[in-house]
Design a protein around this ligand. Structure first.
Ligand code: SF4
Length: 379
């Protein structure tokens, strides 16, 4: 009975595979800037696929409308990340279209039999980096973030072995450090000399002496990326930066995503956090909410981003110097942006001393905390 059952299953499996390969499948990558994992798993599952890459931009001034003619295809899978993308994409001449990705639904998932496949990078032949999730979800539930709703509480996703297919890998985890096995996984990455990066950023509030030590030993790609979203987190960030700096001698080794939105106080929140980065010799990356483009201060956000998001310029040039070079013949714009910026400017040398004192004190306190204390935070 058992062997008959197995044979029947094998026959069904072969029949399903034959059906899969007979169907003409078109994959539409609407807006990914890196290889799209869902589409690569569909490519692995269906074997024979065609792909159209639309490159619809997140940035309003760069967006274009795209029409994909799917005539001759039995099924089309469309994947889009950015919420604005569906308004700019139309797929015609196919009656069987599946839409997926956060732009269409934050709860829709691929079937398990598709997820089980390793990503097929043949649809992105120029890719030199693997991408994947070691964990999904997050133990926090920040009001501006969809991760908890989309992926649930923190849990393991794919293994290192399943993800890595190139000489380097970028992990897309949203809050890797909050997983209880994070240190164990970091130890394995270090031991196997895997070149990697967590490119969505790590939660600096969860930095410990142990994970900071492991990160400093890793073959890490570029900066250690964190987020500085709220000025109220400054004390804990100073504390954790002290721990990170203890393990890494180089300044500018850390980068902070600085999220900004027109409803945030431009002086006391946005400029404050960017200046804090300069005073502490860490890099900022200004992440402008899409609404910044339509705000009264859109020009200032663009100028600030152009300065803050270019490490060589940010490290070596003041904002004033940058503005004189950026728009030499537009005095009005220079003066307007410089005036806004200067309102939020602090006395950096005084600030640095305060930060150093706080950092030493808080880093000493943090050493008393054990990994177990941090695991207790996971709910
Ligand atoms: S910690 Fe990060 S990933 Fe988690 S809910 Fe907050 S913003 Fe989202």
């Amino acid at each position: 009975m058992k062997s008959n059952g197995l044979k029947r299953h094998t026959k069904q499996h072969k029949a399903a595979n034959a059906m899969q390969s007979q169907n003409k499948i078109l994959l539409v990558d609407a807006d990914s800037t890196i290889p799209n994992i869902a589409l690569m798993k569909l490519a692995a599952y269906y074997k024979q696929v065609d792909i159209v890459k639309c490159n619809i931009s997140y940035y309003p001034h760069k967006r274009k409308d795209v029409v994909v003619n799917a005539v001759g295809y039995d099924k089309v899978f469309v994947s889009a990340i950015f919420f604005s993308t569906p308004n700019h994409l139309k797929v015609t001449n196919c009656n069987c279209i599946e839409y997926g990705g956060s732009a269409y639904s934050i709860t829709k998932k691929l079937p398990d039999e598709v997820i089980a496949w390793k990503s097929d990078y043949s649809i992105y032949p120029n890719a030199d980096t693997s991408y994947g999730f070691l964990t999904r979800g997050c133990f926090r539930n920040c009001e501006f973030c969809i991760v908890r709703q989309k992926e649930g509480n923190i849990h393991l996703d794919e293994s290192v072995e399943k993800i890595v297919q190139h000489k380097q890998v970028k992990f897309l985890d949203n809050n890797f450090l909050c997983h209880p096995q994070a240190d164990e996984i970091l130890q394995r990455l270090v031991a196997h000399k895997i070149r990697f990066q967590f490119n969505q950023g790590l939660d600096i509030r969860l930095v410990t002496d142990e994970n900071a030590r492991l990160l400093s030993q890793a073959d890490y790609i570029g900066s250690y990326i964190f987020a500085f979203d709220n000025v109220s987190d400054e004390d804990i960030i100073v504390n954790k930066l002290g721990i990170l700096k203890k393990h890494s001698t180089s300044n500018w080794a850390c980068k902070f995503f600085i999220y900004c939105h027109p409803e945030m106080d431009i002086v006391n929140s946005v400029c404050y956090r960017v200046n804090w980065c300069k005073a502490n010799q860490v890099l900022p990356y200004l992440m402008r909410d899409i609404s910044c483009w339509d705000s009264d201060e859109s020009g200032f956000y663009t100028d600030l981003g152009a300065w803050a998001n270019q490490p060589g310029i940010f490290k070596n040039m003041s904002f004033e110097e940058f503005m004189y070079k950026r728009c030499p013949s537009n005095e009005l714009r220079q003066q307007r942006s410089i005036a806004t910026y200067n309102e939020g400017k602090q006395d950096a040398s005084k600030w640095q001393r305060i930060v150093d004192d706080k950092s030493l004190q808080l880093a000493a306190e943090a050493e008393q905390l054990t990994t177990d204390d941090f695991n207790d935070l996971i709910i």
